[in-house]
Design a protein around this ligand. Structure first.
Ligand code: URA
Length: 462
């Protein structure tokens, strides 16, 4: 790529970040556009991402990077073809272990009358991705044309698609590269990745689920708050209504970790039979989306009381009640079924989840002694599932949808010696042996009672 400015050169840009410099808007646009157009190769972008990982970025620099990435492709308007005044609310998770929240939240919100048109991603490092999970359902496809996306949103009110080739293409390329170069857990790279997609997808309001803990990219509350505030600020600056929830990811969410197992658990949750922690999170995230949707639809927040300030997790009960009613009435499950059928999926697997792909070997991991579960290393559980074949080691690796882990004892539970802590679902004996040893080590038992972990730590409003 020819440039007349000395700093507009990939090597100079890498060196500047390596040495702790702050990029200009021009440098970021040059670098991101060059990457998208294949003029700057993967190895230079990987080196730069590693420099960002170590040196970080200032908030204005991160905002500029986000805008450069969002504007690297189409800026969509999902309202086209919908009745005037329709409000679109989106959600995004920063990534966790056993995080199947979208699978339950999206049909609930759509069943409550708020259209959900979502672009989702694949697994990243030890965290799973919504698209990989949904692909456990035979025939289900995330590849939709813009016309199909709009029609389905209009007719069913629920679409989950993979990022179209031209939606934030810079993120699509960078996300895949970070996944295999150890550069995922970087605050500016995560914030710009998430927010570039969200801004380009054109929703009016966005709920961010920022995971915090051992199984998240942000391990401490301080880091998670920083990430949440940065993303809320970027979204607010771009004119979107924003809420961020900081949620616990020390132990896996719910019980199932692994693609088909998580789909099964999401379906159970839509029938009102989900694990308690997952049910609580689903009510909070879906309720939050309904609340933001109402605010966005009522002339920029007039008429709907802002319920609480920062730091509180309270959401008016009426929104959680709507969520419970969508589940109780069966409307949310019917919406999920309709959505799966519309995207080519085999609804027999939704009606009878035992038809979903299942691993040939199911082995218990047992407690070596009696005690209370003090911790479960969610990252190790996620990495074990990746090594069982449920995630990728390199770009484009195939996924084994059958494998995973089902957590039976969660933090705070009392177990007796020999009682199952969790179950491994493996494709072969070697995988099962590897997973059993690692999962046993991922559990810590205590002689003293241990309180259960909270689900939501904090709520940050734009
Ligand atoms: N989710 C994203 O979309 N991007 C990240 O970088 C991490 C989680």
């Amino acid at each position: 790529m020819i440039s007349t400015s000395p700093s507009l050169n990939p090597v100079q840009i890498i060196v500047k970040k390596r040495d702790g410099g702050e990029h200009t808007r021009e440098e970021l646009r040059y670098f991101i556009n060059g990457f998208v157009q294949d003029l700057i190769p993967d190895y230079q972008v990987a080196a730069w991402a590693m420099a960002v990982y170590f040196q970080g970025m200032t908030p204005p620099e991160t905002t500029e990077l986000t805008l450069a990435m969002a504007e690297s492709g189409d800026m969509l308007d999902p309202h086209l073809g919908l009745p005037p005044g329709t409000v679109i609310v989106d959600k995004h998770s920063s990534g966790g272990v056993g995080d199947k929240t979208t699978l339950a939240v999206a049909p609930i919100v759509a069943a409550c009358g708020l259209p959900v048109g979502k672009m989702s991603g694949r697994g990243l490092s030890y965290t799973g991705g919504t698209i990989d999970k949904l692909e456990s359902i035979a025939g289900w496809s995330p590849e939709l044309s813009e016309e199909q996306f709009r029609r389905q949103l209009r007719e069913i009110g629920l679409v989950v698609a993979s990022q179209t080739a031209n939606l934030a293409p810079a993120d699509k390329k960078l996300y895949a590269l970070r996944d295999v170069t150890g550069t995922v857990p970087s605050l500016p790279l995560i914030a710009s990745s998430i927010m570039s997609k969200k801004l380009a997808a054109g929703a009016d309001a966005i709920v961010l689920d920022v995971k915090c803990g051992r199984g998240a990219f942000m391990e401490t509350l301080e880091e998670a708050e920083k990430l949440a505030r940065l993303m809320v600020a970027i979204g607010s600056r771009a004119g979107r209504l924003m809420t961020a929830l900081i949620t616990q990811m020390e132990q896996p969410l719910g019980r199932a970790v692994g693609n088909a197992l998580e789909v099964k658990e999401a379906i159970a949750t839509l029938h009102g039979q989900g694990p308690d922690d997952f049910q609580t999170l689903v009510e909070q995230v879906a309720g939050e989306m309904l609340w933001l949707g109402k605010r966005a639809g009522s002339s920029q927040g007039q008429g709907v009381a802002a319920p609480v300030g920062e730091g509180s997790t309270d959401l008016p009960e009426e929104f959680k009640n709507q969520v419970r009613e969508a589940i109780r009435s069966g409307a949310a499950f019917r919406k999920f079924r309709e959505f799966v059928a519309a995207q080519g999926g085999d609804v027999a697997m939704v009606d009878q989840p035992e038809k979903l792909p299942a691993a040939p070997l199911v082995v218990d991991v047992t407690a070596p002694r009696a005690g209370f579960v003090a911790s479960i290393d969610a990252r190790e559980v996620g990495l074990t599932v990746v090594d069982l074949g449920g995630g990728r080691h390199k770009k484009g690796d195939p996924i084994d949808h059958r494998v995973g882990v089902v957590v039976q004892a969660k933090v705070g539970d009392r177990v007796e010696a020999g009682q199952p802590l969790c179950q491994v679902h493996a494709g072969n004996q070697a995988g099962a042996d590897m997973a059993v040893a690692r999962l046993q080590a991922a559990y810590t038992l205590s002689d003293e009672p241990v309180p259960p972990l909270p689900v939501v730590y904090e709520r940050i409003r734009g």
